[in-house]
Design a protein around this ligand. Sequence first.
Ligand SMILES: *Cc1c(COP(=O)(O)O)cnc(C)c1O
Length: 401
Amino acid sequence: MTSKRKQGIGTRLAHGGRNTKAQFGAVNPPVVRASTFLFDSYDDFVSRKARDRHRGEYAYGRIGTQTSAALEGLMAELEGAVDCFSVSSGLAAITGTLLSLLRAGDHLLMADSVYEPTRAFGAGMLTSLGIEVEFYDPLIGAGIEALIRPNTRAIYLETPGSLTFEVQDLPAIAAVARRHEVITLVDNTWASPLGLKPLSLGIDISLHAGTKHIVGHSDAMLGLICVNERTVKAVRAGLFRLGYCAGTEELYLGLRGLRSLEVRLQRSTASALEVARWLAERPEVAEVRYPPLPGDRAHALWKRDFTGACGLFGVVLAKPYSQRALAAMFEGYELFGIGASWGGYESLATPTFPERLRTAVPWNAPGPALRYAIGLEDPADLIADLAAGFDRLAAAEATAA
Ligand SMILES: *Cc1c(COP(=O)(O)O)cnc(C)c1O
């Protein structure tokens, strides 16, 4: 980068993470297939720990290659992080980071709205390792101070909650955490580094399921961990001991996905707003939970802290429906697939059942909770698909009665 001027995000996504000269003129960095790197000398080998993959110095495949350094360097730059580490999945990013930071006897505060496997890891495996895991109201804000104990080591956040879309007050929670020397981690998968920069708001670690928007085409698993100065040493050492890393093909797909991330997010967010507005007017719908939507209960907080969004939102139906009627609605969709994950080019729909998960704050809703991931299709076609789904829902409910 020659100019001092801060370049726009599209430019940084197009030009970051590559060095054409070092790639023999190729536009893209290579998919480096390497476990072993050979050293020039005995001394070189003995001093290999000093090698820095961001300076083109590699020591062993698990620690870094040209492919991983390209993706990790660009992600760190986007997040304003000191470094980024890539691992085999989003969940591995979460578990590897928590295992790197926590010891038996520590207390961990975890938002009640987190991704279900994150909750299961906290309540199950961390608890069995002697870590006290306490779930808290995601809307607690500065009130989290009352939950801090002498042994509180970390606060885990997810914003918005990827099933129920509560936006957390990151600066307020980060300020409390700093006063008490507690580490904060946030799952930033929904907004991506383009829509939210948690480290600039005082959070220590930003985690991503790269599987979602970053890979962006539903064809690879990837996790990314962006750390600040305060946490880089512990996380690097922990991941090294655990042996976590990512496959080279997946790293390449993550880097390729980043190139088009801005345009994909712009398109899916614009379409999601259109679809969400239409859904909000439907008599079957009690509430659309989508922070970018004016009128959403989290809209003001979203507007204050975020610069972007994605196409994922929740819908709460206005009354209970039989599972059979819901199945008729879901199974007849022509464009919305029934499937976990999101962030691909294709739209998805799933039921979410938050009432089965919550322990800190009960989930009260007049009807079932659903989640829609809006892809890159034309929004008018998606709306037609949803409208036909509501017709099937009503028809199935009428024949049951
Ligand atoms: C999918 C997801 C994860 C886990 O990512 P995987 O790559 O599937 O392991 C973590 N957090 C959120 C919010 C997710 O949606």
